[in-house]
Design a protein around this ligand. Structure first.
Ligand SMILES: NC(=O)c1ccc[n+]([C@@H]2O[C@H](COP(=O)([O-])OP(=O)(O)OC[C@H]3O[C@@H](n4cnc5c(N)ncnc54)[C@H](OP(=O)(O)O)[C@@H]3O)[C@@H](O)[C@H]2O)c1
Length: 266
């Protein structure tokens, strides 16, 4: 029976992936921060805050001694913070990076010995915001761009060990992310962002409504990244998501053309 560790399985995508892999016969260990939510879950859970480096390292040792191998790690735990850079506190930004990048890196580091033994897969739940910058999402984008860079480098470090790395880049799916996510503390400190805040509030309301896309499509994509050895290194999931990434890539190519022309003109 293949084994998988999934972070952030108390709700949303992580919970959906854990339930699905459990039903497919995988041995699932899911992490939650509040273990009082665990009894209602069908798969085994363990308490973990991904920012607790000591606990993360201990879990790595536990997985290795319990299973001796790991077929897949899904770094799903994540948090959404929003607001303009001018109102963003340094500690708020640190916290965002700590969960979404440093936490994912720490869990990966802790699981690599078991993943090596299992010639397993690291599936990183990134975001379209890891490829494209969006106003008021600077902290979140910084974290997901960071996760993307880390993962590109990681993939090259571990390919010879038989470990594959897949980035899943969802756009917008109905989960708890917009209710658990938080506006920055200094919201509205500068009136110049009032219109952008209004758009943000409308987006948040839409994300919490039934109009937001069902997360099942995204759960399918993450499960596919885990179970299919032919999964591509990036999976952009959601309506128009691949096209948004393509457009951004084309804009970067145009910027590089402009860069070369500019340098020639100096
Ligand atoms: N939903 C979308 O539209 C969307 C789009 C792009 C990317 N994503 C990414 O998908 C992933 C899952 O998010 P979701 O949409 O399923 O939202 P969600 O329902 O809020 O789930 C987030 C999970 O991460 C956990 N988590 C947060 N901080 C943690 C920490 N410090 N340590 C351990 N676990 C922590 C949460 O646990 P608690 O219950 O303890 O808070 C929860 O289980 C995230 O990485 C998110 O960035 C989501």
């Amino acid at each position: 029976m293949p084994q998988v560790l999934i972070t952030g399985t108390s709700s949303g995508l992580g919970r959906g992936v854990a339930v699905r892999l459990d039903a497919l016969g995988w041995e699932v260990l899911g992490t939650v921060r509040d273990t009082s939510t665990a009894p209602e879950l069908s798969f085994e859970t363990v308490a973990l805050d991904v920012t607790d480096e000591v606990a993360v390292a201990a879990l790595g040792r536990e997985v290795l001694s319990r299973w001796g191998r790991l077929d897949a790690l899904v770094n799903n735990a994540g948090h959404l913070l929003y607001g303009p850079v001018e109102e963003l506190g340094a500690n708020e930004l640190r916290r965002q990076l700590d969960v979404n990048v440093v936490g994912a890196a720490a869990v990966t580091r802790a699981m690599l010995p078991a993943l090596r033994a299992g010639r397993g897969a690291v599936v990183q739940v990134s975001s379209v915001a890891g490829q494209v910058g969006y106003p008021l999402f600077s902290a979140y984008c910084a974290s997901k761009f960071g996760l993307e860079g880390l993962s590109e480098a990681l993939a090259q470090e571990v390919v010879a060990q038989g470990i594959r790395v897949v980035l899943v880049e969802p756009s917008e799916f109905r989960t708890d992310i917009s209710s658990k996510g938080s506006a920055i503390a200094d919201r509205g400190a500068s009136a110049v962002y009032a219109d952008q805040w209004q758009e943000q509030d409308e987006w948040t309301e839409w994300m919490r409504s039934d109009a937001a896309p069902d997360a099942a499509v995204c759960v399918d994509a993450i499960v596919g990244a885990v179970t299919r050895s032919d999964a591509p290194p990036r999976i952009a999931v959601g309506e128009q998501t691949a096209e948004a990434v393509r457009q951004h890539a084309r804009a970067i190519i145009a910027q590089m053309d402009a860069s070369e022309a500019f340098l020639r003109s100096l």
